[in-house]
Write a protein that binds this ligand. Structure first.
Ligand code: SAM
Ligand code: MD0
Ligand code: SF4
Length: 381
């Protein structure tokens, strides 16, 4: 941040709301919204400030991506999990969770259906399924085979979201052609992490993303909103995302789940998630930021796109017995989490699907920059 710019930020902060409104109106690039301003937007969001924030976030999206958005198909291939995350419907001990494990043939068929519908990426997601973790040579064989065959079959980029995996598995995922590794910290407040991801290791989870980057994969980091985090926690997470060098950053509103320790937590409004999306767009203008269909379904898409998101995630093919995560069945079997389902909303928002070549180009450019960035860092050491 140059001196003139920080002076503007400090002045605006001392001048109260008028100053912040002014900054948001003029925000051309990287804006210099101070942490204090971001916290104020999260804590006391007045309608007029929010309107300006969302408009500024959309301007940033437009500068970097025009009116094009990317679309991700979502396959929850196994809902079995050895973990007990307190927020998750699929935690090991939840007897209400619907459990399934899709076969290679079923996965291939669902991936083809998604590819035919025109998505730009297939997100292969699973719980930390004890069946994958065999401690034998063929550990995670079914996931790795699924990545390889989807790549060969659909020629689409693939994301793997299968929890924390050993470095040897990251090697094999990368070799099989996984372009992305997604693993969300949920929060970078360690005390809160321990409450949310019961019995899991904060560092190990974070390091798995660093290790995935070192293998040339792009990484997605993610936050939960409405789980007891402070606004300061959210803003601190932006720093952590930046240090990690995340390529895609998300926020999702916590949806209380039957049969879990957090089942009685009052559901929170998605506004905080949308403010977080908009702030992430201001802090990381050129990154990918999802509008997930997995929280409020199709009804919540417009709000998230209007806040500056540029990827629609959690498109799920109907008729395959597939589940969502935060919303296990909302909008799936009636086909609303589909390309046809979202098309009218995209039009209303003045957006259109990118071409697959545009998505491939973004991924390739981002990998190339990461490669040169890592070499510069390595040479400087
Ligand atoms: N099992 C893997 C893992 O935990 O990394 C991958 C899939 S996990 C089910 C995907 C993400 O869904 C979680 O990291 C969390 O951010 C989100 N999620 C899970 N339960 C949720 C809930 N009740 N409300 C909102 N988001 C939720
Ligand atoms: C989504 N339901 O995109 C998915 C999931 C896992 N990589 C993503 C949370 O919203
Ligand atoms: Fe398992 Fe992932 Fe759910 Fe945690 S969030 S219980 S690791 S499926």
């Amino acid at each position: 941040m140059n001196n003139d710019h920080s002076a503007t930020v400090i002045r605006a902060y001392h001048h109260g709301r008028g100053g912040l409104a002014d900054i948001l109106e003029k925000a051309a690039d990287n804006t210099g919204l101070s942490p204090a301003m971001m916290i104020r937007l999260l804590d006391s969001p007045t309608p007029s400030l929010l309107e300006k924030l969302f408009a500024a976030a959309r301007r940033q999206r437009e500068r970097h991506f025009g009116n094009r958005v990317f679309l991700y198909g979502f396959l929850y291939i196994s809902t079995h999990c050895r973990n007990r995350c307190s927020f998750c419907f699929y935690r090991q001990t939840n007897t209400r969770a619907i459990r399934y494990r899709k076969s290679p043939v079923e996965i291939a068929e669902s991936a083809r259906q998604l590819a035919r519908s025109g998505v730009h990426l297939i997100d292969l997601t699973a719980g930390e399924d004890p069946c994958f973790i065999t401690d034998a040579e063929d550990d995670f064989a079914s996931v790795i085979d699924a990545v390889r065959s989807i790549r060969a079959d659909t020629n689409l980029p693939v994301m793997a979201s299968v929890g924390v995996v050993p470095d040897t598995i990251l090697d094999r995922l990368a070799a099989a052609g996984a372009d992305w590794y997604a693993c969300y910290q949920e929060t970078h407040n360690r005390q809160l992490f321990d409450q949310l991801r019961v019995g899991q290791n904060f560092e190990a989870r974070y390091r798995s993303k660093v290790a995935a980057k070192a293998r040339g994969m792009l990484v997605e980091e993610g936050l939960l909103c409405g789980v007891g985090e402070t606004s300061c926690d959210l803003v601190n997470s932006f720093d952590a995302m930046s240090r990690l060098g995340a390529d895609q950053v998300r926020a999702m509103t916590f949806v209380p789940q039957a049969g879990t320790p957090m089942k009685d937590q009052p559901p929170s409004s998605s506004l905080r998630e949308c403010i977080t999306i908009a702030l992430m767009r201001m802090v990381f203008p050129g990154l990918l930021i999802p509008a997930s269909l997995d929280v409020d379904g199709l009804a919540g898409l417009r709000l998230r796109l209007d806040a500056g998101a540029n990827v629609v995630t959690s498109l799920v093919p109907p008729g395959q017995g597939l589940a969502g995560v935060a919303q296990s069945d909302l909008d799936i079997e009636d086909g609303r989490r589909s390309m046809e389902g979202i098309a009218p909303t995209l039009r209303t928002c003045g957006l259109q699907p990118a071409t697959i070549d545009q998505y491939r180009h973004w991924v390739a450019e981002r990998k190339r920059c990461a490669y040169f960035h890592d070499r510069r860092v390595a040479e400087a050491c």
